[in-house]
Design a protein around this ligand. Structure first.
Ligand SMILES: O=C(O)C1=C[C@@H](OP(=O)(O)O)[C@@H](O)[C@H](O)C1
Ligand SMILES: C=C(OP(=O)(O)O)C(=O)O
Length: 419
């Protein structure tokens, strides 16, 4: 499906959706408690629905009212279906593989073709050392069998932090103490911090010394109601839209959040953007953007929108250390470069860095989004500073994380459309 965008300015206020990453974690922690509680607010994106469906197939009951998930996890572990369907969600797949290893049964994971192509090497390497089998049955299917026992585990930290989060969720439930040592750099580190924060919120504690996590066994998640904070990864699109083309009061963001993508605030400040803290968010105004080099190995989800900002900055800059972006919903190195080029800008790959030239206005044109929700949203932001119409191919990919994105975006452009 194609979306055409013509608006050239944004104005008004917006409340960002609740964090997808926090919601995955809170729903899982509540399920692992085996008790009852409410998680709110939850945006019913495809990724979150995939996590809920997997929980349901593991015996969890829930109903959804407005944006609240009312869960009864007393049946957790009473398997209803041996086939779990993470759809497109990397977090869901990589968090649920260790969860199924609590049960010593055979589970099959069936996801989208793209999801099943994303790496599982870290689990493959880890399970070779353990009495756990993981094999690909077909292009869309993966079989997992075995039971985790406490021990000393070692995992690479430079493929995806989701493997580490997945193991951290379940190690405290084993009947003995474990250690988990990360080899290489821990990238996307903010997401591991978020996992540990949610675990603590549910009464489960892990100690860390350098790159080793010490996990006491026989802990229990305590059921509770949970408030999900606003999403910096999504808020970043509105901050960028305002910095490029207007003034927006962005609400629903916690200033001291552990979300790694809170880094967008520091990056915008470095670029010279007029960004002011408000009681529950930020007010951002159109500014002349200075080009910068930004290290993105900890903040991969910000890459497409940072690419757009640099393409419209004085002097441009580099997005450094993009290696892992190849393994997202699209190859985000290629799709980010192509997004900028198809709108008339200049971007190239230099080693593992994306080098982007800056300009005042882009031309406009048609963007192929490669089914990547973050390329869709970044294209919408770029359209505000394009001379011609922007056509976004496959814009429905946005449903993966933010089904209401275009209706929210249009509330900010409506003053202009009303003229
Ligand atoms: O744990 C999470 O919630 C996520 C971790 C990140 O993945 P990587 O650790 O693979 O970079 C991020 O890109 C993804 O959108 C969400
Ligand atoms: C990469 C993403 O999510 P996941 O890895 O959970 O599919 C994302 O939301 O950009």
């Amino acid at each position: 499906m194609i979306k055409e965008l013509n608006a050239k300015s944004v104005q008004g206020e917006i409340t960002v959706p609740p964090s997808k990453s926090y919601a995955h974690r809170a729903l899982i922690a509540l399920a692992l408690s085996g008790g009852k509680g409410v998680v709110r607010p939850v945006d019913l994106s495809m990724d979150i629905m995939a996590t809920l469906k997997c929980l349901e197939d593991l015996g969890v009951d829930f109903f959804i009212r407005e944006k609240e998930v009312h869960m009864d996890a007393r049946g957790f572990g009473n398997r209803r279906d041996r086939v779990l369907k993470p759809e497109e969600s990397g977090s869901t797949l990589r968090f649920f593989i260790p969860i199924t290893l609590l049960f010593d049964e055979v589970y099959e994971f069936r996801g989208s073709t793209n999801l099943m192509k994303r790496p599982l090497t870290v689990y493959e390497e880890l399970f070779q050392e353990l009495d756990v089998t993981l094999y690909r049955d077909s292009m869309e299917s993966l079989v997992v069998k075995g039971k985790l026992v406490p021990g000393h585990f070692s995992m690479r930290g430079d493929v995806s932090s989701q493997f580490i989060s997945g193991m951290l969720f379940v190690l405290p439930l084993l009947d003995g103490d474990s250690t988990l040592t990360i080899t290489g750099n821990l990238e996307s580190a903010g997401y591991v911090a978020m996992t540990l924060r949610v675990m603590e919120d549910f009464g489960v504690f892990v100690e860390r010394e350098g790159n080793t996590f010490f996990v006491k066994g026989n802990q229990a998640y305590a059921a509770r109601d949970y408030e999900v904070e606003g999403d910096y990864s999504q808020g970043a699109f509105f901050m960028a839209a305002a910095a490029l083309a207007g003034e927006v009061d962005i609400k629903g963001l916690t200033h001291d959040s552990v979300q790694g993508d809170r880094e967008i605030v520091r990056i915008l400040e470095k670029m010279g953007v007029d960004i002011v803290r408000t009681e529950n968010g930020y007010k951002v105004r159109k500014s002349d953007l200075q080009g910068i080099d930004a290290e993105i190995s900890d903040i991969p989800d910000l890459t497409p929108v940072l690419g757009v900002l640099l393409a419209l900055s004085n002097g441009g800059g580099k997005l450094k250390n993009c290696r892992r972006l190849r393994y997202k919903e699209s190859n985000r190195i290629e799709s980010t470069i192509e997004l900028i080029r198809s709108l008339g800008g200049q971007a190239d790959l230099d080693g593992e860095d994306i080098v982007i030239e800056g300009c005042e206005m882009l031309r406009g044109g048609t963007v192929d989004t490669y089914h990547d929700h973050r390329i869709v949203m970044a294209s919408a932001v770029a359209s505000l500073r394009c001379k011609e119409t922007v056509k976004i191919l496959g814009y429905e990919a946005v449903n993966k994380s933010y089904p209401e994105f275009f209706s929210d975006f249009s509330t900010l452009t409506k003053m202009e459309e009303a003229k």
